[in-house]
Design a binder for this molecule. Structure first.
Ligand code: DHB
Ligand code: FE
Length: 305
C-alpha cells in the first residue's frame, strides 16, 4: 500500500501521497472486513468507468460520497465541515451555505440590479420574481455585489445540460450587480425539482441502494462582493413534497423562503399579471485572515451568451 501511494518514495507530491495512501488503506480494510470478492471489485471498477463515460462523477458526489454510512452525501459533508470551521472562528450570522451541485454554467450576461432570465417559453411554468438585498453582517446593503442564480425549467431540466435540447445556453441563468441599495431581482419562471437521468450511472447505483435520485424544486446562488467571502447557496420552493427528502441533502431550515401571490406582473413584463414572489435576502460574511476560505476550485461548464 505504501508502495502504491509511493509514500516516502522521495519524489511526487507528499500531500497527494498521504491522501492516496489513506484512501487505499481504508479501501483494503473494507475489502477485508466485508470479504469483498474479486467480482465485486471488478463490478466497482467497471462502474467507475461507466460513471465517467456518462459524465456523472460530480452528480454522484452529491448523492452518495464518503458519508454514505451516515446517510449523508459527500458535498453536504464538506459543507458541514465548513460550517464547523466557521463556528470555530466565531463566524456566524451569514446566509447558510449549501451545495453547488454539478449544473452551474459560467458566463451569464451581467446586468444592473434586475435581469429577466426566462429566454425560452415554457407553457407549464408560471412567472416568478426572486428578489432581495445583499448585506454584510452589519446589515448594511452591499453595492457592487454580483448575484448569480440558476435553476431548472418545468421539466426539471437545466439549460446547457437539457437532454431534450429545448433551452438556450443561459435560459434560467442570470447575473446581476447590485447598486447602492444592495438590491437584486430576477424575473423568471417557477422551477420543478431535478431528477437524476433515469438510465445514468448515478441512478443505477441509487437503485441498488433502494434510494430515489430526486431533488425538490430549488434555485441556486453564487454571491460575490469584493471584501466578503463568496456565498454558495440555494433556496427550496416552499411546499415541495421532497423538501426533506432531497437525494443531495441540500435542504436547510433557513433556506425555505415564503412564496407569496402577487399581481402587477404585466407591468414588469411577465407573461401573466398574477405571479409568485419570493424574497430571499443574502448576508455575506467577511474574509478570514484576509482570505476567502470558501472558494472551491472545480471544473465548471462555461458558455458565451
Ligand atoms: C445535484 C444538485 C443539483 O442542484 C441538481 O439540480 C442536480 C443534482 C447534485 O448535487 O447531484
Ligand atoms: Fe440544482
Amino acid at each position: 500500500m505504501k508502495a502504491a501511494a509511493n509514500l516516502n518514495g522521495g519524489s511526487g507530491d507528499a500531500r497527494f501521497q498521504q491522501i492516496v495512501h489513506r484512501l487505499l488503506g481504508d479501501l483494503f480494510k473494507a475489502i477485508d472486513d466485508l470479504d469483498i470478492t474479486p467480482d465485486e471489485v471488478r463490478a466497482g471498477v467497471n462502474y467507475l468507468n461507466k460513471l465517467g463515460q456518462d459524465g456523472e462523477a460530480a452528480l454522484l458526489a452529491a448523492g452518495l460520497g464518503l458519508g454514505l454510512g451516515l446517510g449523508l452525501g459527500l458535498e453536504k459533508y464538506l459543507d458541514i465541515r465548513m460550517d464547523a470551521a466557521d463556528k470555530a472562528v466565531g463566524l456566524e450570522g451569514g446566509t447558510p451555505r449549501t451545495i453547488e451541485g454539478p449544473l452551474y454554467v459560467a458566463g451569464a450576461p451581467l446586468r444592473e440590479s434586475v435581469s429577466r432570465i426566462d429566454l425560452n417559453a415554457d407553457a407549464d411554468a408560471g412567472p416568478l420574481v426572486i428578489h432581495g438585498t445583499v448585506t454584510g453582517l452589519d446589515g448594511k446593503p452591499l453595492a457592487g455585489a454580483v448575484v448569480e442564480c440558476w435553476h431548472a425549467n418545468s421539466k426539471g431540466f437545466y439549460s446547457h445540460f437539457d437532454p431534450t435540447g429545448a433551452q438556450d445556453d443561459f435560459n434560467l441563468r442570470g447575473a446581476v450587480r447590485t447598486g447602492a441599495d444592495g438590491k437584486y431581482e430576477f424575473r423568471t419562471l417557477m422551477p420543478v425539482g431535478y431528477g437524476c437521468p433515469p438510465q445514468g450511472s448515478t441512478q443505477r447505483l441509487l437503485d441498488g441502494l433502494g434510494r430515489h435520485g430526486n431533488r425538490p424544486a430549488h434555485v441556486h446562488f453564487f454571491v460575490t462582493s469584493g471584501d466578503h467571502r463568496k456565498l454558495t447557496t440555494q433556496f427550496n420552493i416552499e411546499g415541495d413534497p421532497l423538501i426533506w427528502d432531497d437525494f443531495a441533502y441540500a435542504t436547510r431550515e433557513e433556506l425555505i423562503p415564503s412564496v407569496t401571490e402577487k399581481t402587477g406582473g404585466a407591468a414588469l413584463g411577465l407573461k401573466a399579471d398574477a405571479y409568485k414572489d419570493i424574497e430571499f435576502n443574502l448576508t455575506l460574511t467577511p474574509l478570514v485572515q484576509g482570505k476567502d476560505n470558501q472558494i472551491v476550485h472545480r471544473p465548471r461548464a462555461s458558455a458565451t451568451a
